[in-house]
Write a protein that binds this ligand. Structure first.
Ligand code: NAP
Ligand code: MG
Length: 403
């Protein structure tokens, strides 16, 4: 078979620990034999980030802006223990945070649905894609404890000298106060990312906030979504047969529990934090989640939702066998290859991505899987494969699909 040719490179961001090992195996066994793989390679492994004082992360994000599509391996976010382990010059920020700040995107996470790994919620038949606003609210708050009686105010001093002042509370005794903010520009780009991704994946959008209680703050979120939808997306949605639906967050939660899935759930920052953990664990496992960062101007960065699986890596280093699930990392590659195929008009690339996904899922459906899935599957007597044999089983299926 002739290898599939690519015209534009993918930005490839390598990572750390066990996922770096999987990355190599996936490329060797599942990609390079079939694709004339064109990538611009950036090593985001912690050692090289340290050597370049994290410049490599910035370069990778800039390259993503240039080419439009990236695929990223999981990476270590340094903490005190990692400073020592890797003898770091600095406690570098999370690469995902750095990349997100440069691309200004929204992260969309969706479960990978496969027979044999059943959601706890019986009526969920299709994936629920969670879109989390990644700026502000309580994640950038200011808090104080009041030490006794007194008045707390919310004050805004405009650069033009104007002042807005509201009494928060007249305290009779000790208590606490919190101030938080968001920005029109950030909410607008969040809304645009959600609506663009909806058109891209042919799914409707649900958004919930609490504007009955927070009439000004949450009311502003609701108004911005409405305005962007009416002015920029309404016609495109109608043509595509999709809808945008706003309701109170508690009503949305109730509807989500009764729904079939197959839509995008846009969440404010805190709601997204809480609800994404609920949705992902109810669907099965973090190793069965796709994750893509989409910028408002349509740049895509695909990754796995889980971390570097450190515990398995130390077993691997000690020469022990591992059974690490590579599905989410494989789907990061297929997502990126499919998008590259779409953008460059290379249909074989998109078809290959579909086949690789199918080959992956059919291994699991045939009862062969990694240990994490064997623990939760409804399939009787599953066969547990090690990290490499799982990838080789996928390769066997892939070869059959490509033949
Ligand atoms: P983790 O890598 O997600 O792993 C936590 C545990 O979840 C593992 O020990 C394993 O459980 C299970 N698990 C996760 N992914 C799995 C997979 N693919 N196959 C099988 N089991 C899997 O989280 P962590 O150990 O808390 O973090 C490790 C490093 O990852 C940290 O340095 C953190 O900074 C980084 N991290 C990176 C990202 C990212 O780049 N997007 C995200 C999160 C964390 P058992 O050990 O019980 O088998
Ligand atoms: Mg969380």
């Amino acid at each position: 078979m002739e290898k599939i040719r690519m015209s534009t490179p993918l930005v490839e961001m390598d990572g750390d620990e066990m996922t770096r090992i999987l990355w190599q195996m996936i490329k060797e066994e599942l990609l390079l034999p079939y694709i004339d793989l064109k990538t611009e390679y950036y090593d985001l492994g912690l050692q090289y980030r340290n050597e370049t004082s994290d410049q490599v992360t910035i370069d990778a994000a800039e390259a993503t802006k240039k080419y439009g599509v990236a695929v990223k391996c999981a990476t270590i976010t340094p903490n005190a223990a990692r400073m020592e382990e890797y003898d770091l010059k600095d406690m570098y920020k999370s690469p995902n945070g750095t990349i997100r700040a440069i691309l200004d995107g929204t992260v969309f996470r969706a479960p990978i649905i496969v027979k044999g790994i059943e959601p706890c919620v019986r009526n969920w038949k299709k994936p629920i894609t969670l879109a989390r606003h990644a700026y502000g609210d309580i994640y950038k708050n200011t808090e104080i404890l009041t030490d006794g009686p007194g008045k707390a105010y919310l004050v805004f001093e405009g650069e033009d000298g104007s002042v807005k002042k509201e009494l928060i509370h007249d305290f009779k005794d000790k208590g606490m106060v919190l101030g938080m903010h968001n920005m029109d520009a950030s909410v607008k780009s969040f809304a645009r990312s959600c609506f663009n991704y909806a058109l891209d994946t042919s799914q409707s959008v649900w958004f919930g906030a609490k504007d009955t209680i927070s009439k000004t703050y949450d009311g502003r979120f609701k108004a911005i979504f409405e305005e962007i939808f009416e002015n920029e997306f309404k016609e495109k949605f109608e043509k595509a047969g999709l809808t945008y639906f706003y309701s109170l967050i508690d009503d949305i939660v109730a509807r989500v529990m009764k729904a079939e899935g197959g839509f995008i759930w846009a969440c404010k920052n805190y709601d997204g934090d809480v609800m994404s953990d609920m949705v992902s664990s109810a669907f099965g496992s973090l190793a069965m989640m796709t994750s893509v960062l989409v910028s408002p101007d349509g740049i895509y960065e695909y990754e796995a939702a889980h971390g570097t699986v450190q515990r398995h890596y130390y077993k691997h280093l000690a020469g022990e066998e591992t059974s690490t699930n590579s599905v989410a990392t494989i789907f990061a590659w297929t997502g990126a290859l499919r998008k590259r195929g779409e953008l460059d008009g290379i249909q074989e690339l998109s078809v290959f991505a579909d086949k690789l996904e199918k080959a992956t899922l059919s291994v699991i459906e045939s009862g062969k899987m990694t240990k994490d899935l064997a623990l939760i599957t409804t399939i009787q007597d599953p066969v547990v494969l090690n990290s490499r044999d799982f990838i080789l089983a996928i390769k066997e299926n892939l070869e059959a699909l490509l033949a």
